[in-house]
Design a protein around this ligand. Structure first.
Ligand code: ZN
Ligand code: ZN
Length: 369
């Protein structure tokens, strides 16, 4: 879905921000930031493809000829300088830089490949180069209503997949089979694709926060962490739920109840003006009070949008004040090595007075067959 007006506004906002940082040019490669600013994206590759955003004047694409039509369509505000495979990119790059005449500081997208950056640095020996990370984060952190609507739709697809898998039997199936079922269900519900490799961690594997999925089969009594999400319009969902195959032990019940309450308290603490670290502290303090502080071995959450992990990070030491429209996960967890783990995660958007979750699946400890 393309919104030329919105992209023009975003490009304009980027230009203002570049000027405010005292820089003359922002260089963006094929990345989620290019998609955010222009609506155009693709997988990054070896051919030079850049969006050059000057503090003043019009933005300029430098693209291989085979992308010329697509990039012209993508943004009314950006002109296009194309190069052919036969002649190479050097001439187009020097024409574009000649037109924009950057001076002083040039800001560079964090994901730009060295093969793109090095020729630019060589062409501009008089310029200093710095990361554009904070400029792009400042623009992208607060979502507009279209973006929130897509995040909500992506959340609904994840909810549908969770509801479906609860109906299925778990015992005897492999983690990869369960992951494939979740991914298919999300696409069936209307998603474009999984947002990341679905994580199904069973039994002792659930004690590894970033374990993916393998060929272990679910046994009776296993705790299972499901962590999955999908994209709609490029925007991601991300949800974690912990279920048990058969009767949960008292220890599992207690750990689950503690994580559930930590997650609820952290979501309830969200409102504009609160600092990101305060939300982390809220979850952490509850788990510490339950004697589980040492088992909570990661930050409470991460921003989410076109990227699965982006600013703001809900972590100790991040004193960034939350603002309306910011979207991030809240996902406390506890992990007992070689035994089991529990994590509960929802993505929320900061509203006028609090937070609204993008997913609605139950937080109760679900027992599966
Ligand atoms: Zn997740
Ligand atoms: Zn997450």
């Amino acid at each position: 879905m393309s919104h030329p007006t919105r992209h023009s506004e975003r490009l304009r906002a980027a230009q203002v921000e570049v000027g405010r940082q005292g820089a003359s040019l922002l260089v963006v490669g094929l990345s989620s930031s290019m998609k955010y600013l222009t609506g155009f994206s693709d997988e990054p590759g070896e051919r030079l493809l850049l969006l050059l955003v000057p503090a003043e004047g019009d933005a300029l694409f430098v693209v291989p000829q085979l992308y010329e039509a697509q990039t012209r369509k993508a943004s009314g505000r950006a002109d296009v300088v194309a190069w052919s495979d036969g002649e190479g990119a050097a001439g187009a790059l020097s024409e574009a830089l000649g037109r924009l005449a950057p001076h002083g500081c040039v800001l560079v997208d964090d994901g730009l490949w060295a093969s793109s950056l090095l020729p630019i640095q060589k062409a501009l020996p008089q310029c200093q180069f710095a990361s554009a990370g904070s400029v792009l984060a400042a623009l992208r952190m607060r979502k507009d209503s279209d973006e929130v609507a897509l995040l909500e739709r992506a959340g609904a697809c994840a909810d549908a997949a969770f509801a479906g898998i609860l109906e299925a039997g778990f015992e005897g199936r492999t983690e990869l089979e369960l992951a494939a079922q979740l991914e298919e269900a999300m696409v069936e519900a209307g998603a474009e694709e999984p947002a990341f490799k679905t994580l199904v961690a069973t039994g002792p594997n659930s004690a590894l926060p970033h374990y993916r999925a393998g060929d272990r089969r679910v046994c009776r009594g296993d705790v299972v962490i499901l962590d999955f999400g999908c994209r709609v319009g490029g925007y991601c969902s991300d949800i974690s739920r912990t279920v048990v195959c058969g009767r949960p032990s008292d220890e599992v019940r207690r750990a689950h109840a503690a994580v559930k309450e930590a997650q609820r308290l952290a979501v309830a603490a969200v409102r504009p003006g609160q600092r990101a670290c305060d939300i982390d502290r809220t979850a952490r303090e509850h788990l510490e009070g339950e004697g589980l502080g040492r088992e909570f071995i990661h930050r409470t959450g991460h921003g989410i949008g076109l990227d699965i992990h982006e600013h703001p990070y809900i972590a100790e030491g991040n004193s960034l004040p939350l603002q309306k429209g910011m979207t991030f996960s809240i996902e406390p967890g506890v992990y007992f090595p070689d035994r089991f783990g529990v994590r509960i995660e929802d993505v929320v958007v900061v509203t006028e007075s609090g937070a609204r979750a993008m997913t609605a699946a139950t937080h109760e400890l679900c027992v599966v067959r």
